[in-house]
Design a protein around this ligand. Structure first.
Ligand code: PLP
Length: 384
C-alpha cells in the first residue's frame, strides 16, 4: 500500500540519533539544527530519557484515564515548579493541535461564546477549530471553515478591542513567537493590551506555546517575557522529546467538570514517563541557562554574516532572514554539509530549532558551513 503522499521529502533516512546529531543508514552524521521541527528538546537518545521510557514500558505502558495514575500528578507538579505557573491545572493529550482544540473548547464552555480571534501568519494545528484559527487557506477544508474565526494583524490593538467589544468572542489565541509563520512577534504593549481586553470582555486568552514552550525562548514559556496571565497555555512538541504528548495548563478561573474534556491515550503512563524525564533533564542540566548562553553566541556570529539581513526570534527559536528564497540553501546545507535547518511560510527565512543541549562547537560548525553554502547557491542580484 503506498503512503498517502502529503509530505515533500528530503532524500535522507535517519536511522539513529545521539545528542544534536542524527545518522543515516550509511552512518553519515547530520547536525540537527531543526530538532525534528522543534520537538527534540533534550537531545536524541538522551540516556536518562531512554532509561525512563524503557523501564516504564517494561512495567506498564498504558492504562486508561479511568484509574489513578500517579505519574500524571508527578508530571503536573514538576511542570508547575519548572514553569512557575502556580495554581494552573493540567490536562494531558497527545499533540499540539489537540491541545489547542481543547483550549478553544474550554474557552467556549467557559464563556458560552463561539467566535475566535487569531492572527495573521499564525499556526495552531490541522484539526477542526485549530486549523480554522490558522492563517493558511490552503489547509482549511470547508468543514473547518464553518468555525467563526476573525484573523487580525499582529499589533492591531484597536482591531482586537473592536472585535472583543462585539461580545461574541470566546478566545483570543496567539503564538508569542510565531513558528511556522516565520518568527514574528507582537509588541509588549500589544500582548499586555490583549490580556487586559480579554479580562474586560469575558474572553479567554490562549497562549499557544506548542513550539515556543519548554525553555526554547530562553524562559520556560515565551509569554513570560511579558506581563500577562493567559487563561490557557497549550503545550506539545518539546514536551516529550519525540514521544507524542501534549497538554493544556488551565487557570483556576476555569472550573473542571467531569466529562468536559477527555481522551483515550492522553496522559498514559509511557507518555508521562517521557514527559517527566524531559523536565528532569531540563532541570538537572540547566538547559534554560544553556539556551540563553548559546543564543547569545549564535546571535553574535550571525551578525558577522553580511547576507543575513534580519535575525528574528529568541533563545533557540531563531530565524535568519536573507534577501532571497532559502530553499536551495537548505538543500546545500543538508546534502553538501550535512546540517538540518528549517523553513517557514516566509520563504526567505532559515529556521534554527536545535535541541536545547546545543554547544558552541555546533554553532561554529554551522556558521562555517553556512559561509560555504552561501557561496554555492546562486543569489539573485538586487533581490528584495
Ligand atoms: C505553534 C504551534 N501550534 C500548534 C501546532 C500543531 O502541533 P501538532 O503538529 O503537534 O498538532 C504547531 C505545529 O507545528 C505549532 O507550531
Amino acid at each position: 500500500m503506498p503512503l498517502f503522499n502529503v509530505y515533500p521529502l528530503y532524500d535522507v533516512t535517519p536511522v539513529s540519533g545521539k545528542g544534536v546529531y542524527v545518522y543515516d543508514e550509511k552512518g553519515t552524521e547530520y547536525l540537527d539544527l531543526y530538532g525534528g521541527h522543534a520537538v527534540i528538546s533534550i537531545g536524541h537518545a538522551h540516556t536518562d530519557y531512554v532509561d525512563a521510557v524503557a523501564s516504564q514500558v517494561a512495567k506498564l505502558g498504558f492504562y486508561s484515564n479511568a484509574v489513578q495514575n500517579p505519574l500524571q500528578v508527578e508530571l503536573a507538579d514538576k511542570l508547575e515548579t519548572l514553569s512557575g505557573c502556580k495554581d494552573y491545572e493540567l490536562f494531558l493529550c497527545n499533540s499540539g493541535a489537540e491541545a489547542n482544540e481543547n483550549a478553544l473548547k474550554l474557552a467556549s464552555f467557559k464563556t458560552g461564546k463561539s467566535r475566535v480571534v487569531a492572527f495573521k501568519n499564525g499556526f495552531h494545528g490541522r484539526t477542526s477549530a485549530a486549523v480554522a484559527a490558522t492563517d493558511n487557506a490552503n489547509i482549511i477544508a470547508p468543514i473547518n471553515a464553518q468555525q467563526k474565526v476573525t484573523i487580525l494583524e499582529l499589533n492591531d490593538i484597536e482591531g482586537v478591542k473592536a472585535e472583543l467589544e462585539k461580545g461574541d468572542v470566546c478566545a483570543v489565541i496567539v503564538e508569542f513567537i510565531q513558528g511556522v509563520g516565520g518568527l514574528d512577534e507582537g509588541s509588549a504593549q500589544f500582548f499586555e493590551s490583549v490580556d487586559a481586553l480579554c479580562k474586560a470582555n469575558n474572553t479567554m486568552f490562549i497562549a499557544d506555546e506548542v513550539q515556543s514552550g519548554y525553555g526554547r525562548s530562553g524562559k520556560f514559556f515565551a509569554f513570560q517575557h511579558y506581563n500577562v496571565t493567559p487563561d490557557v497555555i497549550s503545550i506539545a512538541k518539546g514536551m516529550g522529546n519525540g514521544f507524542p504528548i501534549g497538554g493544556i495548563l488551565i487557570h483556576p478561573n476555569i472550573e473542571a467538570k467531569f466529562g468536559m474534556l477527555g481522551t483515550t491515550f492522553g496522559g498514559n503512563h509511557l507518555a508521562c514517563a517521557a514527559g517527566l524525564s524531559v523536565l528532569n533533564v531540563i532541570e538537572k542540566n540547566n538547559l534554560m541557562d544553556n539556551v540563553n548562553t548559546m543564543s547569545n553566541y549564535f546571535l553574535k556570529l550571525a551578525k558577522t554574516i553580511p547576507q543575513i539581513k534580519k535575525i528574528k526570534g529568541r533563545g533557540l527559536m531563531l530565524g535568519l532572514e536573507f534577501d532571497f528564497e532559502v530553499g536551495e540553501l537548505r538543500k546545500k546545507l543538508i546534502y553538501n554539509h550535512h546540517i538540518f535547518t528549517g523553513g517557514a511560510a516566509n520563504k526567505k527565512l532559515l529556521r534554527i530549532l536545535p535541541p536545547l543541549t546545543l554547544r558552541k562547537d555546533h554553532i561554529n560548525m554551522f556558521f562555517e558551513a553556512l559561509i560555504e553554502a552561501l557561496s554555492e547557491v546562486e543569489q539573485p542580484v538586487n533581490a528584495s
